[in-house]
Ligand binder design. Structure first.
Ligand SMILES: Nc1nc2c(c(CN[C@H]3C=C[C@H](O)[C@@H]3O)cn2[C@@H]2O[C@H](COP(=O)(O)O)[C@@H](O)[C@H]2O)c(=O)[nH]1
Length: 423
């Protein structure tokens, strides 16, 4: 702080230090969603799910190379056929509504019979059925993305909502009453506290992805994806996954391509979205291994009640696994830094799972996919995951946990069956 003259302070240096310190103290405190910390805790204490370091390394390389090859980026989001193409406040409302309802599409029925929507000449199932439902309603002039509409039971009675969610197949949408309750609850909050405009909440978050996740969890009970978990031999602790809140922020970030409502200065704090689809891929890649009791539970398609320790371990370990994949990519491929995060890895894995499912259905192997998600054509998987697959194969032959799983070579474990509004 002193220049060459011992008594004379270096005023330039002092000014620089002061401005640096002032800037620092003016920064708004960082918000921590706790999702990542809780995931690490779960991974450290889980007894039914384990991460496999060597396979994570293989998967990291494959995923990174494959993403590069495909030019996978935030722009991929809008390229999906029925995702919105415009970028305005109405689009933001669309995404809010979408992620309010983005849960539990799985069915025990086959592709023909399960809940589906016919839209623009195609049949949409799973996540895409909810996108199609909203698009279809808007085309019909129903303001399904408006909070003022959701709260007005005169103009928006349950009957009308049942019409909005009507099925084009044998099965109705799962958890319809819960979906209606989510719309009504969110409408109340937005109309009372935010002038009916979700955009105001986004502004309040001040370009912080974590702050927006916490605003969602604190304002809307139906976004507060927190659970009690008692690790084996330990004491109860509340763990947070915030799957729908985080995927909502991620969808905004990707749809608006990091600009406008999609500008966030801490997007890397968002974790993987702990659902029932991505863990299947992580398990297939041998990045995750399941204990014999959990494997047999899943193979026998036995439902897992929401909040059960099996479910918490699958979700927490999936989040930590994707975090490990991300860190491995950053370490092994320094050029990826600032270009990769858990959102992009998650989206990539989800999209890949859907691509594989589509091919399996096209090959009329859907029955197999649905029941045990087995026999996905090896060519497809090899192209997508390259090296990781070879290692997975060796593992399965090698005879440790995979053998105890009873998972046959090239087979996929089914998704776990938990019915809830959380994912
Ligand atoms: N982890 C993760 N889970 C995701 C998604 C998405 C859709 N995201 C779109 C947006 C950008 C991406 O590029 C995707 O195009 C839905 N889900 C969850 O999956 C389940 C439904 O599965 P299925 O029945 O097979 O469609 C259900 O829990 C649903 O909430 C994702 O991205 N990541």
């Amino acid at each position: 702080m002193y220049s060459s003259d011992e008594d004379e302070p270096d005023l330039d240096l002092l000014a620089l230090l002061r401005s640096h310190l002032t800037l620092k103290s003016n920064k708004s405190p960082k918000v921590d969603t706790r999702a990542l910390r809780d995931a690490e805790y779960i991974a450290d204490n889980a007894i039914d799910v384990a991460l496999q370091r060597e396979h994570i390394i293989e998967a990291a390389d494959s995923i990174w190379f494959s993403m590069q090859e495909k030019g996978y980026s935030t722009e991929t989001w809008s390229e999906h056929e029925i995702h919105p193409k415009e970028k305005n406040e109405e689009t933001l409302n669309f995404i809010f509504t979408l992620d309010l309802l983005n849960f539990s599409f799985w069915s025990e029925l086959n592709h023909e019979k399960r809940f589906s929507i016919q839209y623009r000449g195609k049949k949409w199932t799973g996540y895409w059925s909810i996108v199609a439902t909203l698009q279809r309603a808007l085309d019909e002039g129903i303001p399904i993305t408006s909070p003022y509409f959701w709260v007005d039971e005169q103009i928006c009675p349950d009957e009308l909502l049942r019409h909005v969610f009507r099925s084009d197949s044998e099965e109705d949408i799962p958890l319809l009453d819960d979906r209606i309750a989510c719309l009504r609850e969110a409408g109340e909050v937005l109309c009372k506290r935010y002038d009916g405009r979700f955009a105001h909440m986004v502004t309040e978050a001040n370009e912080s992805a974590s702050a927006l996740v916490m605003l969602l969890a604190e304002n809307f009970p139906c976004f507060d994806d927190s659970h009690q978990w008692v690790p084996s031999g330990g004491t109860a602790r509340t763990v947070h996954f915030y799957k729908r809140a985080q995927i909502l922020v991620a969808d905004i970030w990707a749809c608006f391509n990091k600009t406008s409502y999609g500008t966030f200065n801490d997007i890397s704090t968002i974790t993987m979205f702990a659902d029932y689809r991505v863990p299947v891929i992580l398990h297939y890649l041998s990045c995750l291994r399941y204990s014999p009791p959990l494997t047999s539970h899943i193979h026998n398609l036995i439902p897992i009640p929401t909040g059960h320790s099996f479910e918490i371990q699958i979700r927490g370990c999936s989040i930590w696994c994707v975090e490990m994949i991300k860190r491995t990519i950053e370490r092994r491929h320094p050029e990826s830094r600032g270009r990769i995060n858990s959102i992009l890895i998650d989206f990539y894995l989800y999209d890949t799972a859907k691509e594989m499912e589509k091919k399996a259905i096209e090959r009329e192997e859907e029955e197999k996919w649905r029941n045990v998600e087995e026999n996905i054509p090896m060519g497809d998987l090899r192209r997508v995951f390259g090296g990781a697959l070879e290692v997975g194969k060796k593992m399965r032959k090698g005879g440790n946990w995979e053998d105890r799983d009873g998972v046959e070579k090239g087979a996929m474990i089914p998704h776990h069956r938990t019915r809830s509004i959380w994912y």
